[in-house]
Design a protein around this ligand. Structure first.
Ligand code: NAP
Length: 246
């Protein structure tokens, strides 16, 4: 697959890995739609030719479905949809609990798990028409969680399982639509600020994701996620210990 004139929706193109996905796609002549909550960062992301965007909050399922409709209308259809937007919050389950904590958890799960689920459901008619690709970013933390962000890890684990079941349905529908999990290692982005020593540069991560999308492989194991998968298979306890306090 070459991305020239390919119609791509990338959620969360205003920061980190998403910024690079949007820019690299635009450089290859793709027609790109993206979104984020921050208007200034969205304006920066959409300054590349061929890129359009919306300020929206994907914690709201109605707005996620509307984003798909708007993007498909603007681009004349969709060939590739990348569920990239996510947030990561730290939680303590030993320090007391408040209504604010409950609201934050709801927003995190809505963005990280419900968001990609709604995105897939709303994107299906467009991807079926184009024989396209749906890619969602998970994490090594979906397989070996860290203690400081239990809800993030649970959301990514849920997303990984969702993608497998989604693949069964879409494969059985025989429409030539590919479902991909982009399994990410630690990448240097604002999400990992202050704890990303030795992390993979975000541009390099984005390039590997795009190569994986072009190859239509079911799992894109990016950077150190590749050896991590092997370690996780042969020594799960060791893999868990590696990431527990990361
Ligand atoms: N960095 C890593 O080490 C790492 C590792 C494993 C997996 N990942 C995954 O890679 C993806 C990209 O992460 P990143 O590190 O590039 O994060 P990032 O720099 O924090 O960027 C996240 C993007 O998502 C958008 N976003 C967040 N919540 C949103 C919401 N409710 N509605 C709309 N947009 C929203 C943000 O825009 P606004 O803030 O403007 O809304 C931003 O554009 C995520 O799925 C993350 O889980 C990252």
């Amino acid at each position: 697959m070459t991305f020239h004139r390919t119609r791509v929706l990338v959620t969360g193109g205003t920061s980190g890995i998403g910024t690079h996905l949007v820019r690299l796609l635009a450089e290859q002549g793709a027609l790109v739609a993206t979104c984020g909550r921050d208007p200034d960062r969205l304006a920066e992301a959409t300054r590349h030719p061929g890129v359009t965007g919306w300020v929206t909050d994907l914690a709201d399922p109605g707005r996620t479905a509307a984003l798909v409709a708007d993007a498909a209308a603007a681009l004349g259809g969709l060939d590739v949809v990348v569920a990239n937007a996510a947030v990561q919050h730290r939680q303590s389950f030993t320090a007391g609990w408040s209504a604010t904590d409950s609201a934050a958890v709801l927003a995190e799960v809505s963005t990280n798990l419900v968001g990609p689920v709604v995105l897939a459901g709303a994107a299906w008619p467009h991807l079926r028409r184009s024989g396209g690709v749906f890619t969602a970013l998970t994490s090594a933390l979906a397989y070996s969680p860290k203690k400081s962000a239990p809800v993030y890890c649970a959301g990514k684990a849920g997303l990984g399982v969702f993608l497998r079941a989604l693949r069964y349905q879409w494969d059985d529908a025989d429409a030539g639509v590919t479902v991909q999990e982009a399994l990410m290692p630690l990448v240097a982005t604002p999400m990992t600020d202050g704890r990303n020593d030795g992390a993979m540069p975000a541009e390099q991560a984005a390039r590997q994701i795009l190569q994986g999308i072009a190859r239509r492989v079911p799992v894109i194991a990016v950077g150190r996620a590749r050896p991590f998968r092997v370690i996780r298979r042969v020594a799960p306890g060791f893999a868990d210990a590696m990431l527990r306090d990361s």
